[in-house]
Design a protein around this ligand. Structure first.
Ligand code: ATP
Ligand code: MG
Length: 783
């Protein structure tokens, strides 16, 4: 038996060695499911399977890369390289590129990203004369995506009584027509959206049995990680491929199903044994990732869910520290608390920056942490922000590439026909679109022969259209022969893009220019790499298919950087970090306000929280803020209900959990700390526990003028219960006084300057450092 098999416990080993039929590994977080898949692949490679016989489907490209590296260490890089390993989308794209002809696409078809597809939906809604307020493009897009994930075509949708009734009830009866048109327009443009990559793969296999048979023969073993988050389309394709040989192994955890909003169906895992009746089920119970405290806290949380397979998960690692819970006055203070804690842990325990992750529910929360880290010069990396390929200037260049590779690409056409500005106005473009739709041809076809399609523009306009046509046609000719890097550089220059971004030295333009240079570098790297692999000619289309599915996680060249990781909980799935901060633990944020009172949605939010906590190996911290700026106004928050779901024994609560805090207590602590000359963390302060219910005394507020955007919420809030007059209160602040600021928390007045409206105070905040505040606007109260 190979050495690495010794690195598995008995349950894991059995799962790796069983390869006679379908198998399902269902187990809690950190129990080695991904490890089982990885080792199984190595084992198969050493036992008669060729790398190209193995189809391994992961949730992210990053996960695939990591798995591949691991396998390469066991079987050598050459063999690992030829594995079919990646996301459903990237691997099926590879197949579709080869087989596109069967389903009416060319091998150069474009991929519409979410923004392209939304833009097309918006155009269609407009063309149909529908009201965008009723037919919101985002909503329509979600409904179409949902239909596709359930393998419902426009024809199927039209015949589906349930969908029809649903649309009527929601007063959007035209949805099926929009879907039909959207479907046709994508085909017209030789374009597929992300969901199409699954849907068309399914249709290809369903309608072309000889094609299916070829892939069934090739993929003699199929493995899927994170199976709980597959949707019906993905499940169905795996079934098509595995149907004959039944060599399929899926791993997952129903307690970590967090993508139902994207069509993921937990039933895929719950009913796996029904679909594959000879399945052997393996359960793993030992968690190797986290301390006992973290595992037990996570167990106590997930127990509160009704819909779940009960599992025992235990850890034999050290007991570990209780999960620290922090309360911040504001989102800003939350940022400071977390960043201070990171600095402290690094100092005490010599952690690297890459040992820390800050996980949040929504991307918008990252900004506060970024600012806090920038202030302290801490290196960080955000995942899930705007990816490189979604930046405007990059999308512009890529749109040129797309139109050149596939002139029928409608969205690329619309994006660049008048960029850089060449005097072709919206009216002209609108007429081209109308003619194309009327004749069922692409915009490019109309552009090539406007008269044939009834468009007789004035001479000036005709000239401009012709110039654009000639520009693109010349690129098309060159692109067939030239290397991608060469033609890429030509396009950027000759299209006028580089002139456009170099017109001045504004910081925005400089950064756009740098990004375009970075794109050129990326293309050069790509060509060089391909050439090293023995492909002397690398065409523009090759580059496009490489980048069309990239996310910012994939541009992670400097993977093991010394940086703090910031990401949403969703994107942290499958990952692990020594120290994890789960922030923004407030009602309406986590759980999301969108969950409302729906028990199912709340259970999914709870699973999401379970995923968050179980990413931590050594320390886990939770924090919430009492006030937060959201949607441009201040909101007052209450701690998340999920905090109460965790068994108290595993938590270290702040002094004033549940906001039943007596401000005087904390003020006293703060005074004491200052007297000692340092500020220990809140968790060092003995706390009264959750039961303590002391009514917060009414405080006086020194904030006569409530800024406009705060007024509505402030009027109902505790802090605005009293409203003394302006000058009177401002005069009352004195040096040395302790105050409680609405956003920055506790602080001491160091200095006072100016008079009347210009009166300012310099305040040393416990967690936010020194700040100078204009008293006229500052919202705080004296303690
Ligand atoms: P998740 O549900 O979060 O995806 P998982 O079940 O896939 O978790 P893995 O990521 O495979 O779990 O394993 C968690 C950690 O435990 C990894 O660092 C892995 O290397 C380690 N591990 C797994 N099995 C063992 C083992 N038998 N001995 C030592 N370490 C192990
Ligand atoms: Mg895993």
């Amino acid at each position: 038996m190979p050495d690495y098999i010794e690195e598995l416990n008995e349950g894991q080993r059995n799962a790796v060695l069983y390869n006679d039929g379908p198998s399902l590994v269902i187990a809690g977080a950190g129990s080695g499911k991904t490890r089982v898949l990885t080792y199984k692949i190595a084992y198969l490679l050493e036992n008669g399977y060729q790398p190209w016989n193995i189809l391994a489907l992961t949730f992210t490209n990053k996960a695939a890369r990591e798995m591949k590296e691991r396998i390469a260490r066991q079987v050598g890089p050459e063999r690992a390289r030829h594995l079919w390993m990646g996301t459903f989308h990237s691997l099926f794209l590879r197949i579709l590129h080869v087989e596109a002809g069967h389903i009416g696409f060319t091998s150069q078809f474009t991929i519409y990203d979410t923004a392209d597809s939304k833009s097309l939906i918006r155009s269609i809604i407009k063309e149909m004369g529908l009201d965008e307020k009723v037919y919101k493009p985002g909503m329509v897009q979600a409904r179409i995506s949902n239909a596709k994930n359930h393998l419902v075509s426009p024809a199927g949708y039209a015949n589906n009584k349930e969908a029809y009734e649903g649309d009527r009830a929601a007063k959007v009866p035209a949805l099926r027509d929009i879907y039909q048109r959207y479907w046709e327009r994508c085909r017209q443009a030789d374009a597929m959206d992300f969901d199409d990559l699954l849907f068309y793969t399914f249709l290809l296999f369903r309608d072309y049995p000889e094609v299916l048979a070829r892939y069934q023969d090739q993929f003699r073993y199929i493995l899927v990680d994170e199976y709980q988050d597959t949707n019906f389309a993905q499940h169905s394709i795996v079934l098509q491929l595995a149907k004959n040989h039944q060599h399929v192994c899926v791993v997952g955890d129903d307690a970590q199903s967090i993508y139902s909003f994207r069509g993921a169906d937990i039933d895929n895992i719950l009913y796996f044994t029904k679909v594959y009746p000879d399945t052997k089920v393996f359960k793993l119970e030992q968690n190797y990732r986290s301390t006992q405290t973290i595992v037990r806290a996570a167990n106590s949380l997930i127990e509160k869910n009704q819909w779940q397979i009960r599992k025992e998960v235990f850890s034999e690692k050290e007991k570990g520290e209780a999960i620290g819970v922090y309360q911040a006055y504001s989102d800003v203070e939350e940022g400071d608390i977390v960043v201070n804690k990171i600095a402290e842990l690094r100092h005490e325990k010599h952690y690297a920056y890459s040992d820390f992750a800050i996980l949040y529910r929504t991307n918008a929360q990252s900004r506060i942490f970024e600012e806090a880290m920038r202030k302290r010069s801490m290196p960080y990396r955000i995942y899930g922000g705007l990816s490189f390929y979604q930046r405007k200037e990059i999308k512009d260049v890529i749109a040129y590439f797309r139109l050149i590779v596939n002139p029928n690409d409608e969205e690329a056409f619309k994006r660049i026909i008048n960029y850089p500005a060449r005097g072709i106005g919206d009216t002209t473009v609108g007429k081209i679109i109308a003619a194309a739709t009327g004749h069922n041809v692409s915009l490019w076809t109309v552009l090539c022969e406007p008269l044939t399609y009834g468009l007789n523009f004035n001479k000036g306009t005709m000239g401009k259209l012709q110039a654009f046509r000639e520009l693109i046609s010349a690129f098309i000719t060159d692109a067939a022969e030239k290397n991608a890097c060469e033609i890429g550089a030509d396009i950027i220059r000759q299209s006028g893009i580089i002139n456009d971004v170099c017109q001045d030295n504004s910081p925005e333009n400089l950064s756009r220019k740098e990004n375009i240079e970075e794109l050129v570098n990326g293309m050069n790297d790509f060509c060089a790499q391909r050439q090293e692999e023995g492909n002397p000619s690398v065409l523009l289309g090759d580059f496009l298919s490489e980048v069309s599915l990239l996310t910012d996680q994939d541009s992670d060249k400097d993977g093991d950087d010394e940086k703090i990781t910031l990401m949403t909980v969703h994107s942290a799935k499958g990952l692990e970090f020594r120290n994890v901060f789960v922030v923004g633990m407030e009602e309406n944020l986590f759980p999301s306000g969108m969950a409302g009172d729906s028990p199912r949605a709340l259970e999914e939010e709870r699973r999401l929280f379970y995923v968050a906590i179980t990413r931590a190996e050594e320390h886990c911290f939770l924090s919430y803020a009492k006030t937060r700026f959201r949607y441009g106004k201040m909101e007052f928050g209450t701690p998340s209900r999920f905090l109460k779901d965790i068994d108290m024994r595993f938590l270290r609560l702040p002094q004033d959990v549940g906001m039943f805090r007596r401000v005087e207590d904390e003020a006293a602590v703060f005074r004491r700390e200052n007297a000692r000359g340092f500020a220990p963390d809140r968790e060092d302060v003995p706390y009264g526990g959750r039961e303590r219910v002391s009514v917060r005394p009414k405080q006086q507020i020194i904030a006569p003028t409530v800024p406009r955007n705060l007024k509505r919420v402030a009027s109902s809030a505790n802090m605005a219960n009293t409203s003394p007059s302006a000058s009177g209160s401002a005069n009352r602040v004195q040096r040395g006084q302790l105050i409680e600021h609405e956003r920055f928390g506790l602080g001491e007045v160091l200095k006072l300057e100016g008079e009347g409206d210009n009166a300012k105070a310099t305040i040393r905040f416990k967690n936010a450092g020194d700040k100078q505040l204009l008293l006229r606007f500052a919202r705080f109260k004296v303690i």
